[in-house]
Design a binder for this molecule. Structure first.
Ligand code: ADP
Ligand code: MG
Length: 344
């Protein structure tokens, strides 16, 4: 009897091993969406991966058609065009705006999705950015105020109560859409995937062998593919906001795309980049922009207040500041670039 039991256990072990050994090749698809390159990777069998990837790209396109102010007829475009009028939108559009307002509240308005007029003035995301005149900057910052965005959750409408205001979801949409893709992966019981929406990353689950993913943190002063170090994560999002993502240079000055609504200029503190690591990609995206604007001290203090949020902040003088969960080894970060030093 005992023997039989051993045999059974033995067979069970062989069987489970065979299951874990059976690995599928990664299936990756990419497309230019959300004004960036979106690359999604699944590890299911090829046919299943293809079907799921197709669903996920459709979801991204559908979301873009609701949240992009540049797509005519989108929820955000209709809100922007109908000042003073309650505009019916989808529930998730209310949700993304509500989450954006949360980041405005915790940053005293430094993060503000009603920043569209100022974004247009600088035009940094386009081929012809320009340094605006001071009087134009002064006028544009008058047109920023998240308190003028009125949400009616019962009737599912959004109203802009002041003319000149334009909503721009650029600082949070990629994270929010990523979380919707994560919901899909959970529904489909997928256990491993890599989502990359223009550098807005989600390392879903673990690698097939159960180990963590090692993710490079970009050198803000290097070229693409040049890293300062790597961080090991499982089932987490990593989002970076930095001075290198979109910018132009004039007279030796770099003008990047994260604008301070109080000054009307690209935020010029000592930070070169902020990477936020946490479970919600909406939070990671919202917070990376928010903490970048808050600066090293206040930004890091905010990260420390929040549960389950870690940060890697890189200053322009090439120092690396880590949040407590990384410092104490709960999350592993390895510095590989000798030009940088970790500050205690
Ligand atoms: P990326 O778009 O490279 O992921 P961010 O998430 O930091 O970077 O978002 C920057 C974008 O957010 C800008 O291109 C602009 O559309 C918008 N934006 C700029 N400044 C602000 C701000 N102070 N608050 C909210 N959104 C902003
Ligand atoms: Mg952001």
């Amino acid at each position: 009897m005992k023997r039989l039991l051993y045999l059974e256990i033995f067979i069970f072990l062989i069987f489970t091993n065979a299951c874990t050994i059976k690995k599928h090749e990664p299936v990756t698809r990419s497309d230019f969406l959300l004004n960036t390159i979106v690359e999604l990777t699944l590890f299911e069998d090829e046919k299943t991966s293809e079907i799921m990837l197709s669903d996920m790209f459709t979801e991204i396109r559908d979301c873009e058609n609701r949240y992009s102010r540049y797509i005519s007829g989108s929820d955000i475009a209709r809100i922007n065009e109908n000042i003073g009028v309650p505009v019916s939108v989808s529930k998730d559009t209310i949700d993304i705006i509500e989450k954006s307002i949360y980041f405005s509240e915790i940053s005293n308005g430094l993060f503000d999705i009603s920043i569209g007029a100022l974004v247009d003035l600088w035009n940094i995301n386009s081929d012809n950015p320009r340094i605006p005149q001071q009087h134009e900057v002064n006028a544009a910052i008058q047109d920023i105020d998240y308190k003028e965005i009125i949400l009616d959750k019962e009737n599912i409408t959004v109203t802009l109560s002041k003319s000149g205001i334009l909503i721009d979801t650029g600082a949070i949409a990629k994270g929010y859409i990523t979380d919707r893709l994560v919901m899909y992966l959970k529904e489909k019981k997928v256990d491993s995937a890599i989502l990359n929406l223009g550098g807005n990353l989600y390392l879903f689950g673990s690698k097939k062998d159960g180990s963590a993913w090692n993710i490079g943190i970009r050198n803000p002063f290097g070229y693409q593919g040049d890293y300062i170090g790597t961080v090991s994560v499982k089932n987490l999002s990593i989002v970076t906001s930095g001075i290198y993502e979109r910018y132009f240079e004039a007279d030796g000055i770099r003008y990047h795309h994260i604008l301070n609504p109080m000054t009307g200029y690209p935020e010029n503190n000592n930070l070169a980049s902020v990477s936020i690591i946490t479970e919600s990609s909406t939070t990671a995206d919202g917070l990376s922009t928010t903490t970048f604007l808050l600066g090293l001290k206040d930004g890091m203090a905010l990260v420390e207040e929040l549960d389950g949020v870690e940060a890697i902040m890189v200053t322009r003088d090439k120092k690396v500041y880590l949040s407590s969960g990384i410092k104490n080894g709960e999350m592993r970060f390895k510095l590989t670039n000798e030009e940088y030093t970790i500050t205690k």
